[in-house]
Design a protein around this ligand. Structure first.
Ligand code: FAD
Ligand code: UDP
Length: 384
């Protein structure tokens, strides 16, 4: 009956379902354990009628035009360029650390000298990861690197991940590099925005096709049995000869055979306030104060007009798969030994040609939304 079973209705699963159903006329069953589509990009109106992102603020940004064009088939955009301020030494200054941040935090003469050295050493409009900047030989730049590391990265990262920046893959802090520029935006990608009616509405349009059946509130194990030793699947109790696209946790798929992959989780604290505005930008980061990392005010992102406003604070926490409130694996933890463990699972998966692993959890990769879309479109081209 079904050519494809897709586990998970987030970006990875939904893009592939849409393409297979619409372009290849394949019959697709999506099995999603949550009560809604859109995965971690799910948004909804709260009790006061304010649009919120239930699993944390999601800003779409990409350099890749075909990814933007593809999603634009299902949504119009509220064109929005994200700005983040960091609360540092009692001031709110631009993040990523840039030439404006330098001037805001340091005396003019010192800022002049450091700006000149930065531009002469690295060039203008260049991004330098903090761990790279710390390797510099120049004494003044080394001082600056330590200053930025201490004020912006060390304590935020310790809260977010429970470890220091240098204990994680450098690409993690490299996401927010020191930017030798006066561009205060968080992302410089050519295409940026928030779906005009929201992410969930965009996903509804993607999945609205007679070839797509959606089972919500269903863990895949309730309907699909996998016998890896015999390379056999059963769907609703009957042999299933089709393909399985899996976007859940790869360690779960193989019953934790080689042990658990670690993830980082979050607790979100939403607050609706009887005031039009709470803060001056979409997000304010708090590297050195409080137990939360950042506060986001959704109205900046969505452009919604409302006399109230809703904000969310993000409290990082350990992931525990059997502990309600801590059991959503928001982030894979990029470290070499975790990557090695992931690769053991991935190598095992290679033996099963009917199995495709896709997305943040199945590939154990710190993907942004656009990367999930690009990967799903690429995989689609390889499928029959
Ligand atoms: P998911 O969205 O996690 O979807 C996987 C789905 O599979 C889930 O719905 C899950 O319920 C389901 N599933 C899992 N196991 C099972 C099972 N056993 N049975 C059935 N269903 C199952 N990206 C950006 O580009 N910009 C941002 O601003 C941004 N902000 C973020 C903020 C936060 C706090 C977080 C955590 C992530 C953010 N991201 C952002 C990343 C973005 O959320 C991911 O790139 C994207 O959602 C991944 O899509 P996915 O389909 O791979 O995974
Ligand atoms: N980071 C930091 N201070 C900041 C912002 C980011 O130390 O003010 C580090 C931190 O380790 C974080 C990583 O950079 O986890 C990536 O930040 P990003 O905003 O991309 O994280 P995400 O939005 O994916 O949670």
């Amino acid at each position: 009956m079904f050519d494809y079973v897709i586990v998970g209705a987030g970006f990875s699963g939904a893009v592939l379902a849409e393409r297979l159903a619409r372009v290849r006329n394949r019959k697709v069953l999506i099995v999603e354990k949550r009560g809604h589509i859109a995965g971690n990009a799910y948004d909804r109106y709260d009790d006061k009628g304010l649009m919120i992102h239930q699993y944390g603020p999601h800003i779409f940004h990409t350099r890749v035009k075909y990814v933007w064009d593809y999603l634009s088939e299902f949504t119009d955009w509220h064109l929005y360029h994200h700005h983040v301020l960091g609360s540092i030494d009692g001031r709110q200054v631009p993040i990523p650390f840039n030439l404006n941040t330098l001037r805001a935090l340091l005396p003019a003469e010192l800022a002049d000298k450091l700006e000149q050295k930065l531009v002469l050493t690295f060039g203008y409009n260049v991004k330098v990861p903090i761990l790279k900047l710390r390797e510099t030989d120049d004494e003044d730049l080394r001082w600056l690197a330590d200053f930025v590391y201490e004020k912006i990265f060390l304590h935020y990262t310790t809260k977010q991940w429970g470890m220091k920046p240098e204990d994680l893959d450098p690409t993690v802090t490299g996401r927010v590099p020191v930017y030798i520029s006066k561009d205060d935006r968080y992302f410089q990608d050519a295409f940026q925005g928030i779906p005009k009616q929201g992410y969930t509405a965009m996903f509804e349009r993607m999945l609205d096709h007679p070839n797509i059946k959606l089972l919500l509130n269903t863990d895949y194990r309730e309907v699909l049995q996998t016998d890896w030793s015999r390379n056999e699947f059963k769907l609703f109790g009957s042999p299933y000869a089709g393909k399985l696209i899996f976007t859940g946790k790869i360690d779960e798929l193989f019953d934790y055979e080689y042990g658990e992959l670690p993830y980082r989780s979050l607790r979100f604290d939403f607050q609706t306030l009887d005031q039009e505005r709470f803060q001056n930008t979409g997000t304010v980061n708090y590297p050195n104060e409080y137990d939360f990392t950042r506060i986001t005010e959704f109205k900046h992102l969505t452009g919604q007009k409302h006399s109230y406003t809703t904000i969310v604070r993000e409290f990082p926490q350990a992931y525990e798969k059997n502990q309600a409130g801590q059991n959503i694996p928001y982030y894979p933890i990029p470290q070499p030994h975790n990557q090695s463990l992931y690769e053991k699972y991935r190598d095992k998966a290679k033996a099963f040609e009917r199995l495709v692993l896709l997305g943040r959890l199945a590939e154990y990769k710190y993907y942004d939304m656009d990367a999930c879309v690009a990967k799903a479109l690429k995989v689609f081209e390889q499928l029959s």
